[in-house]
Design a protein around this ligand. Structure first.
Ligand code: RAM
Length: 864
């Protein structure tokens, strides 16, 4: 039957506890339809009537104001070129607590530390009761915390979300989770318990001194229609928990033998209900379980478990030994030369993070069938060392638990080359390892939401998973933590107090530009115009900050070299602290003092980013119908571009500095006058050849490297770099056994020694080349959400077949090709409501309407 499908509210399917006043509704057109001409929505009592419109994404609810806790069934029917559809299978959403006076619960804080605890990261058991008189029709629990809470009703764990309430900039946002607890409530006394631990709070410097606290409210709708409400308050008590200590860096210590103590009274505190809201992103969950590939005894007391895959999460042990055994589990990404787990390569950056790292300890009861898995910490690891077990473990005694934000997978790629497939897998796993409520740089050393890293990777992530809500959540924190002068913090949420930045002040080009690039990418991939509207003040204040700094400050060396300032100089952004291109192969930073790092002139990069962001802002302004702003920012962009050209293109046409990264950025950002492009491309290829066919780009330019080559007539060189397998290269990582992408090209060096983080997604952005070029699915700026797109496979590198699938907001796009001798065959799927232009390797193009298309063309393999 012809019906709309995939009904969604905001960026999720069935939000429970939504705090958005006017939720936006999306659906996919029935298969067989080309174009929607009208829709009709019904939600609760609201009926939109027939609305002539082709919009099927993010249509705002326009019924009466929504009430706290109300649940709405909703459905939609559409008119398309294929006729009138039936009503879609109804979906629902449910509102959370919207008004301050909906909260009867009080914010409570356990005494610090719990009686008898000497740990700096103690956990607490906070308990109360709810007496329910009549049988329960429906029950909801609304909870949030400072720290991490794990909630139990009558001894049963509530929900399946992990590390709740998640990490936000607490001063502005505390995420409230709403759980359906209908099945857990009994008539009579109900025991409510929460284990509360440091988690995100105790792990970041900024919040380390914030007292742990809990806010929980239970709503029981009784069968007689009455609503009973219970909340945390002065009658709750706090005691030590079996979880002795826990945070996200050190790990978790558990004594399963601990008896429930009598408890102390909690204190109540005022709280600001305005910061409470639902998350636009799905929660963190236990997503997958992995069977260990081996367990090896490396010494009399130590056994090492290998999961065969670097992940974020933990292990579950199901063989705990006799009563009183204490097992120590240390998690790491690599083994040392003795085959034992090492964490040396990812510790030591922060003196406040001294002591045990990624280590769980459990003391057992000896009860048959008892298992242990930490729930108040998470680790980046492939290996786990277990110490203290008298018996041998085998692979059945341990399970790897993969933990991350429960994002919807939307993209896949596969080709005829196994190593390339492995590289793609490693990039996917790196993203999974770093999508833990916030996009992190690595799940080990820093676990921080580095803005540059997400700026670099967000568009690639959007080929793999639905990252709309996940990014929107993060962007709110970016704006919340932005300084009044527009400066964006290095990490979001900002984990550090301002004083920490005395050495490396925030506001770095390429990092702070996340303020503009991330919303733009979310808009492009998902068509969410509201994110641009919401972030507009943040985006503009960042670009205005950079433009102002350019206008008002000049780099000391430049000033010394040119006493009378030149007219283009007010558009050069060459002061302030910048991370620069960062981690270019061979650029050893280790010897540099902080003063030297700070004094470096990164004017080429910063000015390039000012141009790029100003230009994007002009496009954003146009999308938002802000014509004056569009004019203002495109004028700014143009002046910055001219200034960049004047200052950084040398007389012989080379760029300052003469590095691969400079040419890649100049070409990718369109900084050059057209007549300079061929020369710049030649110089880039030259530099690659001089490096013996190796890339030389760092953090910022690497994602653009292969696309720039492909777009400028050197697809062959792009594939040469992709297939390069000596260091620095992607395949060298794969050949050395990487299962996630490394921070450094020599993450595991030739001698087998680990360096820095082994799970950093930024270099993995190369896989977007596989989706966009190899398989050829390309979105167009002019048609967000893939409303119109291109399929343009660019075969090369000896790959004989490739396919990519992308579940776009309108539905599934597919491009699959194969070369047989001199024949190229291509299968394309275009979803309803969209159109595509297909371009074949022989240059022919055709228009593709919704449906499946198969085409063949002659193919001449490239010569190399
Ligand atoms: C490193 C982080 C991150 C990078 C910054 C500049 O320590 O891991 O990847 O963005 O530094």
């Amino acid at each position: 039957m012809m019906v709309p499908t995939q009904l969604r509210v905001e960026h999720v399917e069935h939000p429970l506890g939504l705090t958005v006043a006017t939720p936006r509704l999306s659906w996919r057109l029935p298969s067989g339809a080309n174009r929607q001409t009208a829709y009709r929505l019904r939600a609760g009592g609201w009926d939109s009537g027939r609305v002539a419109s082709d919009q099927s994404l993010l249509v705002p609810y326009a019924g009466r104001p929504l009430r706290s806790g109300e649940r709405l069934d909703w459905t939609v029917k559409v008119w398309t070129d294929a006729g009138e559809s039936a009503w879609a299978e109804p979906a629902w959403w449910e509102m959370g607590l919207l008004a301050a006076d909906d909260w009867v619960a009080q914010w409570i804080e356990p005494p610090q530390p719990p009686a008898g605890s000497t740990s700096p990261h103690p956990a607490h058991l906070v308990s109360g009761v709810a007496r329910v008189d009549r049988s329960c029709e429906r029950a909801r629990l609304h909870v949030t915390a400072h720290g991490i809470y794990e909630f139990f009703i009558n001894g049963e764990r509530v929900g399946d979300a992990e590390l709740t309430p998640g990490f936000t900039s607490y001063e502005s946002t505390l995420q409230v989770q709403t759980f359906d607890v209908t099945d857990l409530i009994v008539v009579g006394q109900n025991k409510l318990d929460a284990v509360l631990s440091g988690g995100w709070v105790k792990w970041t410097r900024r919040y380390r001194h914030v007292p742990l606290g809990l806010l929980a409210q239970l709503h029981v709708l009784q069968t007689d229609g009455s609503l009973a409400r219970f909340g945390t308050g002065p009658d709750w008590i706090a005691a030590a928990s079996v979880v002795r200590t826990a945070d996200l860096w050190h790990g978790q210590v558990v004594d399963l033998r601990a008896e429930r103590g009598t408890g102390d009274p909690v204190r109540t505190r005022d709280f600001d209900p305005k910061r409470l809201r639902s998350s636009p992103a799905p929660p963190v969950r236990r997503i997958e379980e992995l069977r260990a590939v081996s367990v090896t005894r490396v010494s009399a007391t130590r056994q090492v478990i290998d999961l065969g895959q670097n992940v974020n999460g933990w292990i579950r042990l199901s063989k705990l030994g006799p009563e009183g055994t204490t097992l120590t589990v240390t998690y790491g990404e690599a083994l040392d030369h003795d085959g034992d787990v090492t964490v040396d390569h990812v510790t030591g950056l922060d003196p406040e993070h001294s002591g045990s790292f990624q280590t769980d300890k459990v003391t057992t009861t000896g009860r048959p069938g008892a298992t242990f898995e930490p729930r108040h910490t998470t680790h980046g690891f492939r290996y786990a060392r277990v110490e203290g077990h008298p018996e041998d473990f085998d692979v059945d005694d341990v399970t790897g638990v993969v933990v991350h934000t429960d994002l919807r997978r939307t993209g896949w790629f596969e080709c005829s080359d196994d190593r390339v497939n492995k590289l793609h897998e490693a990039a996917v796993w790196s993203f999974r390892g770093n999508a833990c409520d916030i996009p992190t740089d690595c799940p080990t050393r820093e676990r921080a939401g580095w803005s540059g890293d997400w700026q670099i990777f967000v568009s690639t992530a959007a080929f793999l998973y639905d990252v709309a809500g996940f990014s929107v959540k993060w962007l709110r924190d970016l704006a919340a933590d932005q300084r009044p002068d527009g400066v964006v913090s290095h990490c979001v949420p900002n984990p550090e107090p301002d004083s920490f930045y005395a050495d490396f002040p925030p506001g770095s080009a390429g990092w702070g530009d996340a303020a503009v690039i991330v919303p733009w990418e979310v808009y492009r991939a998902y068509g969410d115009l509201e994110v641009l509207e919401q972030q507009w003040p943040s985006m503009t204040s960042w670009v205005d900050y950079a433009a102002r700094t350019a206008r008002e400050h000049r780099h000391l060396l430049r000033k010394a070299a040119r006493p009378a300032s030149a007219p283009h100089e007010p558009f050069l952004w060459d002061t302030g602290f910048h991370w620069g291109e960062w981690l270019e192969p061979g650029a050893d930073m280790s010897g540099a003092t902080i003063a030297e790092l700070r004094a470096r002139d990164h004017g080429t990069i910063a000015t390039a980013y000012l141009y790029h962001s100003a230009r994007l802002l002009a496009q954003v302004a146009a999308a938002l119908d802000r014509a004056t702003d569009a004019g203002r920012y495109s004028d700014l962009a143009e002046s910055v571009r001219l200034a960049w050209q004047t200052e950084f293109i040398r007389e012989d046409g080379t760029i300052e500095p003469d590095t691969q990264a400079s040419y890649v950025r100049a070409l990718a950002f369109d900084l050059l006058p057209p007549e300079f492009r061929p020369g710049a491309t030649e110089r880039l290829v030259d530099l690659i050849r001089k490096a013996d066919n190796h890339l030389g780009t760092g953090f910022l330019a690497t994602p653009y490297l292969l696309p720039v080559l492909a777009d400028n007539g050197h697809l062959d060189v792009a594939y040469e770099l992709l297939f390069q397998d000596t260091e620095p290269s992607w395949l060298a990582m794969i050949d050395r056994g990487a299962t996630t992408i490394w921070e450094q090209w020599n993450g595991i060096d030739k001698t087998g020694t680990p360096n820095a983080s082994l799970n950093h997604y930024s270099k993995g952005a190369v896989v977007s080349f596989l989706h966009r070029y190899t398989a050829g699915i390309r979105m167009l700026d002019s048609a967000p959400a893939y409303r119109r797109f291109m399929i343009e496979p660019r075969p090369g590198g000896g790959i004989t077949s490739a396919q990519a699938t992308h579940d776009s907001p309108y539905g599934r796009i597919r491009s699959s090709w194969r070369v047989d001798g001199e024949r190229f065959s291509l299968d394309v799927t275009v979803p309803p409501g969209t159109t595509a232009e297909v371009r074949l390797p022989d240059g022919r193009t055709f228009e593709a309407r919704p449906g499946h298309h198969r085409t063949r063309s002659p193919f001449h393999a490239p010569a190399w």
